[in-house]
Design a binder for this molecule. Structure first.
Ligand SMILES: Cc1cc2nc3c(=O)[nH]c(=O)nc-3n(C[C@H](O)[C@H](O)[C@H](O)COP(=O)(O)OP(=O)(O)OC[C@H]3O[C@@H](n4cnc5c(N)ncnc54)[C@H](O)[C@@H]3O)c2cc1C
Length: 823
């Protein structure tokens, strides 16, 4: 150290001494700072001189510091380790100082560059954002004994002023810091504190894991555990929460998490949680003497209920519980419709408006992975991961194993690094095509990140952050993360979402129970190549893109008339990204029972014009058809017999005949059935607008009490809300005899893409208009009330005001629907 620097450092130490005397610094921290600023040798030489001025007047503090000094320098071993501790502590202190110097309100949870979910909605909607409060999303929501001053250090570390040459820590690279910390932390239980149980459930990653960092900040040895109880996962209804493919992924993800933990000097303890997770945790606490349990929150209502019970019981028993939010961008239990109303509920635009209107805490910046995890002196007994039977394969009669996951294994890298690689590849390449070409099945134009997001191997926050950093703007992609949050919000509002149709009349529809049709659909043997290709891709790899999910869902519902629950359960069993919230929301919508009717039906042949115009996708998954020409590959039944012979295709032989032939008739039948139940259950149809009515859950009723005009109160059925309803249904109910329904929802590939976009635009416009109309009404009400208070005459109703649509127009009240002139 040069002399100039030397003096500067000593004067900095003096400055910190003042902080210490003012109680803004603690003795350990102060000593660590000295070590960092002066170095080992100079601290040894100068420290006692530096603290001399406080020897009279602050005797206790002085003796504490002397004690720390003597203890430190009497150690003849592991000096490097101590230095490591010094550096990591110093990072925290340094951050505090930087914030003070910037004159900002120091809040360790919120680095200056924090981004909010609201920012994301700005990107997508272009609407000005309200200011976002600074409390971090990563703050524990349960009781927390942590000193918040040091909370989320790692996050803030990212923002250390790198130009500060005085501090070694600022010079050290991320890997150096990790190495140093590792050395320090690997010493067995340096703090002598009781261990902390890090309960992994779904955020199976070490990067950007606030629970993991929260554990480190407790300063105690960490015991990472994974508990498995299939009954608790499943919840009260038929959710198929972890089907075969998803369980297989879970097994692999745990293998990979364990490897990552081993690199941190730790490992994952796995355990069958029998009879319950609570008893398993209690057993672990008794076995290890753990004082705290740390986890990230889950949002499925039945898991949240279980967790609440667990936290309550453990806290009563004196165990500290720390829960962090990290799985969604928004904690779904905090999103309300206040200030927005209920009109348009179920659409992502409405959801995003609710988020904007009720801004939550900032998202914070993604956290680094730690360099190491302090290990306990003794590890609890667990069981082998294999004993959880997540990846158990069935056996044939002869005892050999049926390895149905072979292709899934070949298709995916199940690790956190795999997630990162997918993300990087997408941001490098696919994101450029995402905006316009995400529906293509024959090219990897979407991110394929869904299984990683589902198991939390990638955090939604870091995905959002990284996608913002991409060279190409991707609002459509970022909006998908809002869809994901919307699904969790809906599941919280409607816990029955995975098994109970939200629109009661549709339950009574004439649904088919044809098992042969269902099986043909499941296995990819319907005789419609596009549907079959998608279902085979699903079977073999556990995944298909969003457009193809729409195609196969439309086919099952509109053409095979099979209820949506069958599709949902099959997806839950076969998708590697099976996600109760998203899957249920999408199948409810596709099955005509959700909050947001799809205003389209995918035609199993014409849809190929958009997603597989050259038949490449069908050739990959239905190789028996590969020699057919492009223009006939999606309709082999149209091929002349000679062509079939030449290309080796035998319909009803190596490729199935179509399970249903007259698609138009099937669709017409479906439409009739809908009209019939809507007629029969008139109490669930709003007679003014023609929209379906959905019974409201208590939470929404409470929120809506201020603006009840949106809600219909019905004798016996409670509160009902008019919701987005497919145009063709409303038209058909009004004019059942007309055969050429102008709102026919069937999409015809490219031909109807324009129309699709127009409908989406009109939906959006109508929604905005209705929101504007609402606020005008609110203003009028306010004016009326003011006049009343001041004893003035009522202002006349603004009858002459130009309205966007005539009041008599039955469609004008459609929440999010398309407004058309009354015929
Ligand atoms: C009938 C049906 C069932 C579905 N079931 C599931 C499911 O079980 N699990 C699942 O993750 N997705 C489901 N989806 C949504 C969507 O199809 C997948 O998320 C998407 O295909 C995954 O591919 P990707 O990661 O390349 O998506 P991208 O388009 O790259 O999107 C990025 C991420 O955004 C989220 N996302 C995308 N689309 C949606 C959406 N519509 N709703 C909510 N989140 C979305 C996903 O987490 C996805 O990984 C379903 C869609 C339909 C039509």
């Amino acid at each position: 150290m040069s002399e100039g620097n030397d003096l500067k450092s000593v004067s900095q130490v003096r400055e910190f001494l003042r902080e210490l005397m003012l109680g803004r610094e603690d003795p350990d921290g102060f000593f660590c700072l000295c070590l960092s600023l002066l170095g080992d040798t100079d601290t040894r030489t100068h420290f006692l001189d530096v603290i001399k001025p406080i020897s009279s007047g602050h005797e206790h503090l002085h003796s504490q510091l002397t004690q720390i000094f003597l203890e430190y320098f009497s150690k003849d071993e592991a000096e490097e380790l101590e230095l490591a501790l010094t550096l990591s502590l110093n990072e925290t202190k340094q951050i505090k100082r930087d914030f003070r110097q910037q004159g900002s309100d120091y809040h360790p949870n919120v680095p200056p560059c924090y981004k909010s979910y609201a920012d994301m909605t700005t990107v997508t909607s272009g609407v000005d954002q309200p200011k976002v409060s600074v409390a971090s999303k990563n703050q524990p929501i349960a009781k927390c004994t942590l000193d918040t001053e040091v909370h989320k250090t790692t996050c803030a570390i990212k923002n250390i002023n790198k130009d500060n040459d005085d501090l070694e820590v600022a010079k050290s690279t991320r890997s150096q810091r990790r190495r140093l910390r590792k050395k320090q932390l690997l010493s067995k239980n340096p703090s002598g504190l009781r261990p902390v149980l890090l309960w992994f459930r779904r955020d199976l990653r070490i990067w950007d894991n606030p629970a993991l960092i929260g554990c480190l900040e407790l300063g105690a040895p960490v015991i990472p555990v994974f508990l498995w109880n299939a009954v608790e996962e499943e919840g009260p209804g038929v959710t198929v929460a972890t089907g075969g493919a998803s369980k297989y992924w879970l097994h692999q993800a745990l293998v990979s998490l364990n490897l990552s933990l081993e690199q941190l000097g730790s490992h994952l303890v796995t355990l069958k949680a029998e009879p319950s997770s609570l008893t398993a945790l209690q057993g672990l606490i008794a076995e290890t003497g753990a004082a705290s349990v740390v986890a990230t929150a889950l949002y499925e209502p039945w898991l949240k209920e279980r967790d609440d019970r667990v936290w309550e019981t453990l806290e009563k028993q004196g165990v500290n519980c720390h829960i962090y939010h990290s799985y969604c961008l928004r904690d779904p239990y905090t999103v309300t419709t206040r200030g927005i109303g209920l009109r348009g509920i179920g659409s992502v635009s409405h959801f995003m408006s609710c988020c904007q209107q009720n801004p939550a805490s900032g998202l914070g910046a993604p956290l680094d992975a730690p360099g190491a995890l302090p290990a306990p002196s003794t590890w609890p007994q667990g069981c082998l991961l294999i004993d959880l039977e997540l990846a158990r394969m069935p056996r044939r009669k002869d005892g050999t194993e049926i390895d149905w996951a072979m292709n899934i294994r070949k298709s995916w890298d199940f690790s956190e690094e795999g997630a990162q690689a997918h993300l990087e590849a997408f941001l490098r390449d696919g994101v450029y095509r995402y905006e316009k070409e995400s529906s293509r099945a024959d090219a990897p134009n979407t991110s394929s990140l869904s299984p990683y997001l589902h198991f939390g191997q990638l955090s939604a926050r870091s995905l959002l952050c990284d996608s913002r950093g991409a060279r190409c703007r991707s609002p459509k992609f970022q909006r998908k993360l809002a869809w994901r949050d919307l699904a969790y919000w809906q599941l919280c509002l409607f816990p029955d979402l995975p098994w109970e149709s939200l629109r009661p009349p549709y339950k009574a529809m004439r649904w088919s129970s044809d098992r042969v049709h269902l099986k043909a659909w499941q296995r990819g043997f319907t005789g419609y190549p596009l549907v079959d290709a998608a279902m085979r891709q699903l079977w073999q790899t556990g995944w298909m893109n969003n457009y193809m999910r729409h195609v196969v869902a439309s086919f099952l519902i509109a053409y095979l008339h099979i209820p949506w629950q069958e599709g949902y359960r099959w997806f839950q069993d076969t998708l590697v990204d099976a996600d109760v919230a998203i899957d249920a929301m999408m199948w409810q919508n596709g099955g005509m029972c959700g909050l947001d009717h799809w205003n389209f039906v995918m035609h199993p042949v014409d849809a190929a014009l958009t997603c597989d115009p050259y038949g490449t996708y069908v050739r990959q998954w239905c190789p028996e058809l590969k020699a057919l020409p492009d223009d006939l590959i999606h309709k082999p039944w149209k091929c002349p017999a000679s062509m079939l012979r030449r290309t080796g295709v035998v319909l009803g032989g190596n490729y199935p005949e179509r399970v249903v032939i007259d698609l138009e008739e099937r669709r017409a039948q479906s439409l009739q059935d809908v009209a019939s139940v809507r007629r029969h259950f008139r109490e669930f149809v709003d007679q003014r607008s023609g929209c379906d009515l959905v019974p409201l859950p208590a939470r929404l009723v409470q929120e809506a009490l201020g603006s009840m005009e949106e809600v219909v109160r019905h004798e016996g059925t409670g509160f009902l809300l008019p919701v987005i309803t497919r145009m063709e249904f409303k038209h058909h109910s009004e004019d059942p005899d007309r055969t050429d329904n102008p709102y026919s929802a069937v999409l015809k590939g490219y031909v109807s893409r324009k129309r699709d976009e127009t409908i989406a635009f009109l939906n959006e416009r109508d929604f905005t208009a209705s929101v504007m109309c609402e606020s005008a009404q609110r203003r009028e009400r306010l004016e009326r009330d003011c006049c009343l208070l001041e004893g003035l005459p009522h202002p006349t109703a603004s009858r002459g005001r130009a309205r966007r649509t005539p009041t008599r127009d039955t469609y004008s009240k459609v929440p999010g629907g398309v407004a058309i002139p009354h015929r």
